[in-house]
Design a protein around this ligand. Structure first.
Ligand SMILES: [Cu+2]
Length: 110
C-alpha cells in the first residue's frame, strides 16, 4: 500500500505535535513535606500547570501572596491542588495554616 506511509506520518504529527508544544510549558509538581514546599522556587513557562501534592501528615494550603491569583482549599494528606499560570510574573505564595511556609512560582517565557 502506497498510502500507508503517508497515513503513518499524519498520525505521527497528530500524536507528537501537541506534546511538542506542551513541552514548552511543561507541568511541574511541588511536593509539600516536613512543613516546607520542595522546591520553594520553581520556574515555568507561561501556560504551565503547577500541581502541589501534600505529602505531609498535616493539612496545608496554597494561597497567593496577592490574595487573588490562586487559593487552594485545605489539602489533607495526599490531596493535590493545580493552577495554570498563563501570564509572566513572580507569584509568591504561602500556607495559611503555617504562614512561615512560603514558596514562589516564576513564570517566564523560555
Ligand atoms: Cu501548612
Amino acid at each position: 500500500m502506497i498510502r500507508t506511509p503517508f497515513i503513518a506520518a499524519f498520525v505521527a504529527v497528530l500524536a507528537f505535535g501537541p506534546s511538542l508544544s506542551r513541552a514548552q510549558a511543561a507541568p511541574v509538581t511541588v511536593k509539600i513535606a516536613n512543613f516546607a514546599f520542595a522546591a520553594p522556587t520553581v520556574t515555568v513557562a507561561p501556560g504551565a500547570t503547577v500541581t502541589w501534592v501534600n505529602d505531609d501528615e498535616e493539612p496545608h494550603t496554597i494561597v497567593a501572596e496577592d490574595g487573588k491569583s490562586f487559593r487552594s482549599k485545605t489539602l489533607d494528606t495526599g490531596d493535590t491542588f493545580s493552577f495554570t499560570f498563563m501570564s509572566a510574573g513572580t507569584f509568591g505564595y504561602f500556607c495559611s495554616v503555617h504562614p512561615h511556609m512560603t514558596g514562589k512560582v516564576v513564570v517566564k517565557a523560555p
